[in-house]
Design a protein around this ligand. Structure first.
Ligand code: AMP
Ligand code: MG
Length: 410
Protein backbone atom coordinates (compact mmCIF):
# COMPACT_ATOMS: atom_id res chain seq x y z
CA UNK A 1 0.00 0.00 0.00
CA UNK A 2 1.41 3.44 -0.85
CA UNK A 3 1.84 5.70 2.16
CA UNK A 4 -0.64 8.58 2.04
CA UNK A 5 0.73 12.12 1.58
CA UNK A 6 1.35 13.70 4.95
CA UNK A 7 -1.33 16.32 5.51
CA UNK A 8 -0.42 19.96 6.16
CA UNK A 9 -1.13 21.25 9.63
CA UNK A 10 -3.69 24.05 9.67
CA UNK A 11 -0.91 26.51 10.55
CA UNK A 12 1.26 25.38 7.61
CA UNK A 13 -1.76 25.64 5.34
CA UNK A 14 -2.46 29.19 6.56
CA UNK A 15 1.13 30.20 5.80
CA UNK A 16 0.99 28.63 2.32
CA UNK A 17 -2.22 30.53 1.58
CA UNK A 18 -1.13 33.86 3.01
CA UNK A 19 2.12 33.81 1.00
CA UNK A 20 0.02 34.10 -2.14
CA UNK A 21 -2.24 36.92 -0.97
CA UNK A 22 -1.49 40.38 -2.34
CA UNK A 23 -2.27 43.68 -0.64
CA UNK A 24 -5.10 45.26 -2.60
CA UNK A 25 -5.05 48.79 -4.00
CA UNK A 26 -6.50 52.00 -2.62
CA UNK A 27 -9.79 53.76 -3.25
CA UNK A 28 -11.19 57.03 -1.94
CA UNK A 29 -14.59 56.56 -0.36
CA UNK A 30 -17.09 58.80 1.43
CA UNK A 31 -16.23 58.80 5.12
CA UNK A 32 -19.16 56.65 6.22
CA UNK A 33 -18.14 53.88 3.82
CA UNK A 34 -14.76 53.68 5.52
CA UNK A 35 -16.44 51.95 8.48
CA UNK A 36 -14.79 48.57 9.09
CA UNK A 37 -12.07 49.23 6.55
CA UNK A 38 -8.37 50.01 6.77
CA UNK A 39 -6.95 53.45 6.16
CA UNK A 40 -4.39 53.41 3.34
CA UNK A 41 -2.57 56.69 4.04
CA UNK A 42 -1.60 58.83 7.02
CA UNK A 43 -4.21 61.51 7.63
CA UNK A 44 -2.81 64.79 8.95
CA UNK A 45 -5.11 67.24 10.74
CA UNK A 46 -5.93 70.33 8.70
CA UNK A 47 -6.69 72.42 11.76
CA UNK A 48 -6.42 72.41 15.52
CA UNK A 49 -9.10 70.66 17.51
CA UNK A 50 -10.67 72.28 19.38
CA UNK A 51 -10.23 75.09 16.83
CA UNK A 52 -10.51 77.77 19.58
CA UNK A 53 -10.37 78.05 23.34
CA UNK A 54 -13.92 77.34 24.48
CA UNK A 55 -15.90 76.79 27.63
CA UNK A 56 -16.32 73.31 29.10
CA UNK A 57 -19.26 74.45 31.26
CA UNK A 58 -22.25 76.73 31.39
CA UNK A 59 -21.04 79.53 33.65
CA UNK A 60 -19.18 82.83 33.74
CA UNK A 61 -15.97 83.74 31.93
CA UNK A 62 -13.91 86.07 34.09
CA UNK A 63 -10.48 87.08 35.36
CA UNK A 64 -9.42 84.78 38.18
CA UNK A 65 -7.52 87.56 39.96
CA UNK A 66 -10.92 89.22 40.61
CA UNK A 67 -12.32 86.23 42.52
CA UNK A 68 -9.31 84.55 44.12
CA UNK A 69 -10.44 85.49 47.65
CA UNK A 70 -14.17 84.79 47.19
CA UNK A 71 -16.14 82.24 49.22
CA UNK A 72 -19.82 81.56 49.94
CA UNK A 73 -19.82 83.90 52.98
CA UNK A 74 -17.96 86.61 51.07
CA UNK A 75 -18.76 86.39 47.33
CA UNK A 76 -17.01 88.44 44.64
CA UNK A 77 -19.48 90.58 42.65
CA UNK A 78 -18.79 91.08 38.95
CA UNK A 79 -20.62 93.11 36.29
CA UNK A 80 -22.14 90.93 33.52
CA UNK A 81 -21.15 92.48 30.19
CA UNK A 82 -22.34 89.92 27.62
CA UNK A 83 -24.17 86.66 26.96
CA UNK A 84 -22.19 84.23 24.79
CA UNK A 85 -24.15 81.27 23.37
CA UNK A 86 -22.31 78.42 21.61
CA UNK A 87 -21.60 79.20 17.97
CA UNK A 88 -21.21 83.00 18.31
CA UNK A 89 -18.17 85.21 18.47
CA UNK A 90 -17.91 87.33 21.65
CA UNK A 91 -18.13 91.05 20.94
CA UNK A 92 -16.71 92.33 24.20
CA UNK A 93 -13.58 91.57 26.11
CA UNK A 94 -13.78 90.96 29.82
CA UNK A 95 -12.14 93.69 31.88
CA UNK A 96 -11.32 93.87 35.61
CA UNK A 97 -14.47 93.42 37.71
CA UNK A 98 -16.40 92.05 34.73
CA UNK A 99 -17.73 88.65 33.57
CA UNK A 100 -19.55 87.27 30.52
CA UNK A 101 -22.24 84.63 30.78
CA UNK A 102 -21.00 81.73 28.68
CA UNK A 103 -22.48 78.42 27.47
CA UNK A 104 -20.71 75.09 27.00
CA UNK A 105 -18.76 75.12 23.73
CA UNK A 106 -18.87 78.92 23.33
CA UNK A 107 -15.69 80.87 22.57
CA UNK A 108 -13.90 82.25 25.60
CA UNK A 109 -13.83 86.05 25.29
CA UNK A 110 -10.61 88.06 25.31
CA UNK A 111 -9.51 89.07 28.77
CA UNK A 112 -11.07 86.06 30.52
CA UNK A 113 -8.78 83.32 31.81
CA UNK A 114 -11.21 81.13 33.78
CA UNK A 115 -14.79 79.89 33.61
CA UNK A 116 -16.70 79.40 36.88
CA UNK A 117 -19.59 76.99 36.50
CA UNK A 118 -23.07 78.37 37.02
CA UNK A 119 -23.67 76.15 40.07
CA UNK A 120 -21.00 78.12 41.97
CA UNK A 121 -22.57 81.52 41.23
CA UNK A 122 -25.71 83.55 41.91
CA UNK A 123 -26.97 86.10 39.41
CA UNK A 124 -28.33 89.30 40.99
CA UNK A 125 -29.64 91.95 38.60
CA UNK A 126 -26.83 92.87 36.21
CA UNK A 127 -24.24 91.32 38.51
CA UNK A 128 -23.06 87.84 39.34
CA UNK A 129 -21.91 86.71 42.75
CA UNK A 130 -19.07 84.16 42.57
CA UNK A 131 -19.29 81.83 45.56
CA UNK A 132 -16.32 79.55 44.87
CA UNK A 133 -13.10 80.66 43.12
CA UNK A 134 -12.10 77.13 42.08
CA UNK A 135 -8.68 77.47 40.39
CA UNK A 136 -7.23 79.82 37.80
CA UNK A 137 -7.72 78.53 34.24
CA UNK A 138 -10.38 75.91 35.00
CA UNK A 139 -13.19 74.91 32.63
CA UNK A 140 -11.50 76.10 29.46
CA UNK A 141 -10.84 73.61 26.66
CA UNK A 142 -7.67 74.85 25.00
CA UNK A 143 -7.24 75.23 21.28
CA UNK A 144 -5.38 72.21 19.87
CA UNK A 145 -5.39 70.25 23.13
CA UNK A 146 -7.02 67.27 21.38
CA UNK A 147 -5.37 67.45 17.97
CA UNK A 148 -2.85 69.90 16.50
CA UNK A 149 -2.82 71.05 12.88
CA UNK A 150 -0.36 69.00 10.83
CA UNK A 151 -0.29 66.13 13.32
CA UNK A 152 -0.90 62.66 11.82
CA UNK A 153 -4.00 61.76 13.79
CA UNK A 154 -4.92 58.50 12.11
CA UNK A 155 -2.08 56.55 10.51
CA UNK A 156 -2.01 54.28 7.47
CA UNK A 157 -3.09 50.79 8.51
CA UNK A 158 -5.58 52.00 11.10
CA UNK A 159 -8.82 50.06 11.31
CA UNK A 160 -11.72 52.52 10.99
CA UNK A 161 -14.33 51.99 13.68
CA UNK A 162 -16.88 54.45 15.05
CA UNK A 163 -14.27 56.38 17.06
CA UNK A 164 -11.95 56.80 14.08
CA UNK A 165 -14.86 57.91 11.89
CA UNK A 166 -15.93 60.52 14.43
CA UNK A 167 -12.37 61.85 14.65
CA UNK A 168 -11.99 61.99 10.86
CA UNK A 169 -15.35 63.78 10.64
CA UNK A 170 -14.17 66.36 13.19
CA UNK A 171 -11.22 67.00 10.87
CA UNK A 172 -13.52 67.48 7.86
CA UNK A 173 -12.29 64.40 6.00
CA UNK A 174 -15.29 63.78 3.77
CA UNK A 175 -13.37 61.38 1.52
CA UNK A 176 -10.79 58.99 2.89
CA UNK A 177 -8.30 56.64 1.20
CA UNK A 178 -8.92 53.03 2.24
CA UNK A 179 -7.78 49.63 1.03
CA UNK A 180 -10.10 47.98 -1.47
CA UNK A 181 -12.28 45.17 -0.22
CA UNK A 182 -11.63 41.93 -2.09
CA UNK A 183 -14.39 40.74 -4.39
CA UNK A 184 -14.94 37.06 -3.70
CA UNK A 185 -16.53 34.97 -6.43
CA UNK A 186 -18.48 32.11 -4.81
CA UNK A 187 -19.22 29.04 -6.83
CA UNK A 188 -21.03 25.92 -5.71
CA UNK A 189 -20.62 22.73 -7.67
CA UNK A 190 -22.71 19.58 -7.66
CA UNK A 191 -25.40 17.79 -9.70
CA UNK A 192 -27.38 17.31 -6.50
CA UNK A 193 -27.76 21.03 -5.84
CA UNK A 194 -30.82 23.16 -6.48
CA UNK A 195 -31.09 26.89 -5.83
CA UNK A 196 -33.15 27.99 -2.86
CA UNK A 197 -36.14 28.89 -5.02
CA UNK A 198 -36.16 25.68 -7.12
CA UNK A 199 -38.28 22.58 -6.37
CA UNK A 200 -36.51 19.93 -4.32
CA UNK A 201 -36.74 16.84 -6.55
CA UNK A 202 -35.71 13.38 -5.22
CA UNK A 203 -31.94 13.12 -4.79
CA UNK A 204 -31.46 16.87 -4.65
CA UNK A 205 -30.39 19.15 -1.81
CA UNK A 206 -30.53 22.91 -1.49
CA UNK A 207 -27.41 24.93 -2.22
CA UNK A 208 -26.85 26.45 1.19
CA UNK A 209 -23.08 26.92 0.93
CA UNK A 210 -23.29 29.93 -1.37
CA UNK A 211 -25.33 31.75 1.26
CA UNK A 212 -23.28 30.74 4.27
CA UNK A 213 -20.04 31.60 2.49
CA UNK A 214 -21.35 34.90 1.13
CA UNK A 215 -22.47 35.87 4.62
CA UNK A 216 -19.04 35.00 6.02
CA UNK A 217 -17.45 36.99 3.20
CA UNK A 218 -19.47 40.06 4.16
CA UNK A 219 -18.74 39.56 7.85
CA UNK A 220 -15.03 39.31 7.04
CA UNK A 221 -14.96 42.50 4.99
CA UNK A 222 -15.17 41.12 1.44
CA UNK A 223 -17.75 41.66 -1.30
CA UNK A 224 -19.38 38.38 -2.32
CA UNK A 225 -20.17 37.68 -5.97
CA UNK A 226 -22.64 34.81 -5.91
CA UNK A 227 -22.38 32.72 -9.09
CA UNK A 228 -24.95 30.17 -10.25
CA UNK A 229 -24.51 26.48 -9.45
CA UNK A 230 -22.15 24.58 -11.76
CA UNK A 231 -23.03 20.97 -12.59
CA UNK A 232 -20.49 18.17 -12.14
CA UNK A 233 -19.39 18.45 -15.71
CA UNK A 234 -15.95 19.58 -16.86
CA UNK A 235 -17.03 22.10 -19.47
CA UNK A 236 -19.53 23.72 -17.15
CA UNK A 237 -17.04 23.96 -14.30
CA UNK A 238 -14.49 25.48 -16.68
CA UNK A 239 -16.96 28.12 -17.86
CA UNK A 240 -17.90 28.94 -14.29
CA UNK A 241 -14.29 29.24 -13.15
CA UNK A 242 -13.44 31.47 -16.12
CA UNK A 243 -16.38 33.73 -15.34
CA UNK A 244 -15.11 34.00 -11.75
CA UNK A 245 -11.73 35.36 -12.85
CA UNK A 246 -13.02 38.92 -12.75
CA UNK A 247 -13.03 38.69 -8.94
CA UNK A 248 -10.02 39.13 -6.62
CA UNK A 249 -10.40 35.70 -5.03
CA UNK A 250 -12.29 32.65 -6.21
CA UNK A 251 -14.02 30.27 -3.88
CA UNK A 252 -15.69 27.06 -4.87
CA UNK A 253 -17.31 24.53 -2.62
CA UNK A 254 -17.64 20.87 -3.44
CA UNK A 255 -16.00 18.78 -6.12
CA UNK A 256 -12.50 18.75 -4.62
CA UNK A 257 -12.78 15.43 -2.84
CA UNK A 258 -11.73 12.10 -4.32
CA UNK A 259 -15.12 11.06 -5.72
CA UNK A 260 -15.64 10.03 -9.34
CA UNK A 261 -17.34 13.32 -10.21
CA UNK A 262 -14.97 15.67 -8.41
CA UNK A 263 -13.76 17.56 -11.48
CA UNK A 264 -12.73 20.88 -9.98
CA UNK A 265 -9.04 20.04 -9.48
CA UNK A 266 -8.81 18.50 -12.95
CA UNK A 267 -10.31 21.56 -14.63
CA UNK A 268 -8.08 23.91 -12.67
CA UNK A 269 -5.04 21.87 -13.70
CA UNK A 270 -6.05 22.19 -17.34
CA UNK A 271 -6.46 25.94 -16.91
CA UNK A 272 -2.84 26.16 -15.72
CA UNK A 273 -3.45 26.51 -11.99
CA UNK A 274 -0.43 26.29 -9.71
CA UNK A 275 -1.35 23.98 -6.88
CA UNK A 276 -0.10 25.16 -3.49
CA UNK A 277 -2.00 22.98 -1.09
CA UNK A 278 -4.19 19.90 -0.96
CA UNK A 279 -5.67 18.51 2.24
CA UNK A 280 -5.23 19.72 5.77
CA UNK A 281 -5.07 17.79 9.05
CA UNK A 282 -8.27 19.16 10.51
CA UNK A 283 -11.79 18.00 11.19
CA UNK A 284 -13.95 19.12 9.56
CA UNK A 285 -12.25 20.57 6.49
CA UNK A 286 -9.69 18.00 5.37
CA UNK A 287 -10.29 18.26 1.59
CA UNK A 288 -9.04 21.82 1.12
CA UNK A 289 -7.52 22.69 -2.22
CA UNK A 290 -5.67 25.94 -2.80
CA UNK A 291 -4.00 27.16 -5.95
CA UNK A 292 -3.31 30.31 -7.90
CA UNK A 293 -5.05 30.67 -11.23
CA UNK A 294 -3.70 33.39 -13.49
CA UNK A 295 -2.29 34.95 -10.35
CA UNK A 296 -5.62 34.85 -8.50
CA UNK A 297 -5.93 32.95 -5.23
CA UNK A 298 -8.39 30.06 -5.67
CA UNK A 299 -9.86 28.24 -2.68
CA UNK A 300 -11.45 24.87 -3.36
CA UNK A 301 -13.41 24.41 -0.14
CA UNK A 302 -14.99 21.12 0.87
CA UNK A 303 -18.64 20.65 -0.08
CA UNK A 304 -19.98 19.67 3.29
CA UNK A 305 -21.78 22.73 4.62
CA UNK A 306 -20.10 22.90 8.01
CA UNK A 307 -16.68 22.06 6.57
CA UNK A 308 -16.90 24.87 4.06
CA UNK A 309 -17.73 27.40 6.78
CA UNK A 310 -14.97 26.19 9.13
CA UNK A 311 -12.43 26.17 6.28
CA UNK A 312 -13.49 29.67 5.31
CA UNK A 313 -12.85 30.93 8.82
CA UNK A 314 -9.38 29.32 8.93
CA UNK A 315 -8.08 30.20 5.48
CA UNK A 316 -10.26 32.63 3.54
CA UNK A 317 -10.93 35.09 6.33
CA UNK A 318 -7.22 35.65 7.08
CA UNK A 319 -6.61 36.08 3.34
CA UNK A 320 -9.37 38.69 3.08
CA UNK A 321 -7.97 40.58 6.02
CA UNK A 322 -4.43 40.54 4.70
CA UNK A 323 -5.59 41.75 1.27
CA UNK A 324 -7.73 44.48 2.83
CA UNK A 325 -4.72 45.87 4.71
CA UNK A 326 -5.31 44.70 8.27
CA UNK A 327 -2.21 44.34 10.45
CA UNK A 328 -1.07 40.71 10.89
CA UNK A 329 -2.37 40.59 14.47
CA UNK A 330 -5.88 41.04 13.04
CA UNK A 331 -5.72 38.34 10.37
CA UNK A 332 -6.66 35.39 12.56
CA UNK A 333 -9.61 34.74 14.83
CA UNK A 334 -8.87 35.59 18.46
CA UNK A 335 -8.25 32.54 20.68
CA UNK A 336 -9.71 32.57 24.18
CA UNK A 337 -9.70 30.15 27.09
CA UNK A 338 -13.09 28.94 28.27
CA UNK A 339 -14.38 26.38 30.77
CA UNK A 340 -16.31 23.44 29.33
CA UNK A 341 -19.90 23.00 30.45
CA UNK A 342 -19.78 19.27 29.66
CA UNK A 343 -17.27 16.57 28.74
CA UNK A 344 -16.14 16.24 25.14
CA UNK A 345 -13.97 13.78 23.22
CA UNK A 346 -12.13 14.08 19.94
CA UNK A 347 -11.79 10.53 18.67
CA UNK A 348 -10.08 11.66 15.48
CA UNK A 349 -6.37 11.79 14.67
CA UNK A 350 -6.83 15.33 13.37
CA UNK A 351 -7.43 18.50 15.37
CA UNK A 352 -11.14 19.04 15.70
CA UNK A 353 -12.85 22.40 15.41
CA UNK A 354 -16.04 21.85 17.40
CA UNK A 355 -18.77 24.44 16.91
CA UNK A 356 -19.69 25.90 20.24
CA UNK A 357 -21.57 28.59 22.04
CA UNK A 358 -19.35 30.68 24.28
CA UNK A 359 -20.92 32.86 26.90
CA UNK A 360 -19.82 35.01 29.80
CA UNK A 361 -21.02 33.96 33.24
CA UNK A 362 -19.89 36.30 36.04
CA UNK A 363 -16.76 37.23 34.13
CA UNK A 364 -15.91 33.62 33.27
CA UNK A 365 -16.13 32.29 29.71
CA UNK A 366 -18.12 29.06 29.43
CA UNK A 367 -18.31 26.85 26.34
CA UNK A 368 -20.93 24.35 25.25
CA UNK A 369 -20.83 22.37 22.01
CA UNK A 370 -23.98 20.76 20.59
CA UNK A 371 -24.05 16.97 20.18
CA UNK A 372 -24.34 16.59 16.40
CA UNK A 373 -20.93 17.72 15.12
CA UNK A 374 -20.91 15.92 11.77
CA UNK A 375 -19.77 17.97 8.79
CA UNK A 376 -23.21 17.95 7.16
CA UNK A 377 -25.07 19.07 10.29
CA UNK A 378 -25.73 22.75 9.86
CA UNK A 379 -27.72 22.79 13.10
CA UNK A 380 -24.36 22.62 14.89
CA UNK A 381 -23.75 26.18 13.62
CA UNK A 382 -26.95 27.51 15.15
CA UNK A 383 -26.03 30.19 17.65
CA UNK A 384 -22.38 29.15 17.44
CA UNK A 385 -19.85 31.90 18.05
CA UNK A 386 -16.77 29.80 18.66
CA UNK A 387 -14.75 26.80 17.55
CA UNK A 388 -13.26 24.63 20.30
CA UNK A 389 -9.75 23.50 19.39
CA UNK A 390 -9.56 19.83 20.37
CA UNK A 391 -6.24 18.04 20.03
CA UNK A 392 -6.23 14.55 18.41
CA UNK A 393 -7.61 11.92 20.75
CA UNK A 394 -8.23 14.32 23.64
CA UNK A 395 -10.93 13.87 26.26
CA UNK A 396 -11.92 16.84 28.37
CA UNK A 397 -14.30 16.85 31.34
CA UNK A 398 -16.89 19.39 32.39
CA UNK A 399 -15.06 22.27 34.08
CA UNK A 400 -11.81 21.70 32.15
CA UNK A 401 -10.24 24.60 30.31
CA UNK A 402 -10.43 24.58 26.54
CA UNK A 403 -8.99 26.88 23.90
CA UNK A 404 -11.51 28.31 21.45
CA UNK A 405 -11.49 30.59 18.45
CA UNK A 406 -14.09 33.30 18.71
CA UNK A 407 -15.90 34.22 15.49
CA UNK A 408 -19.06 35.88 16.74
CA UNK A 409 -20.37 38.12 19.48
CA UNK A 410 -20.31 36.88 23.05
P1 AMP B 1 -18.43 17.10 -2.45
O1 AMP B 1 -17.24 17.73 -1.82
O2 AMP B 1 -18.79 17.70 -3.74
O3 AMP B 1 -18.28 15.61 -2.53
O4 AMP B 1 -19.62 17.38 -1.45
C1 AMP B 1 -19.62 16.89 -0.14
C2 AMP B 1 -20.98 16.98 0.47
O5 AMP B 1 -21.38 18.33 0.56
C3 AMP B 1 -22.08 16.30 -0.32
O6 AMP B 1 -22.98 15.67 0.57
C4 AMP B 1 -22.76 17.42 -1.05
O7 AMP B 1 -24.07 17.15 -1.37
C5 AMP B 1 -22.65 18.55 -0.06
N1 AMP B 1 -22.62 19.84 -0.75
C6 AMP B 1 -21.79 20.18 -1.74
N2 AMP B 1 -22.02 21.44 -2.16
C7 AMP B 1 -23.04 21.91 -1.40
C8 AMP B 1 -23.72 23.16 -1.36
N3 AMP B 1 -23.41 24.15 -2.19
N4 AMP B 1 -24.70 23.32 -0.44
C9 AMP B 1 -25.02 22.31 0.40
N5 AMP B 1 -24.39 21.12 0.42
C10 AMP B 1 -23.41 20.89 -0.49
MG1 MG C 1 -19.90 17.25 -5.32
Amino acid sequence: MPTPDPLCTPEQAQQLVLQEIPLLGVERVPLFEAMGRVLAEDIPARHDSPPHDNSAMDGYALRHADIAAAHAGHPAFLEIVEDIPAGYVPKKSVGPGQASRIMTGALVPDGADTVIRVEDTRAEGGKVAILDPDEAGVNIRRRGEDVQAGQVVVGAGTYCGPGELALLASLQRALVPVRRRPVLAILSTGDELVEIDEPLAPGKIVNSNTYGLAALALASGALPLMLPIARDEEAEIRRAVESALSADFILSSGGVSVGDYDYVKKVLGELGAQVKLWRVAMKPGKPLFFCTLQGKPYFGLPGNPVSSLVSFLQFVRPAIRKAAGHVPGEWFLPVVTARLEHSITNEDQRRQYARARLRLDQGQLLAAAPQGQDAHMLSSMLGANGLLLLAPGVRLEAGDEVQAQLFGEL
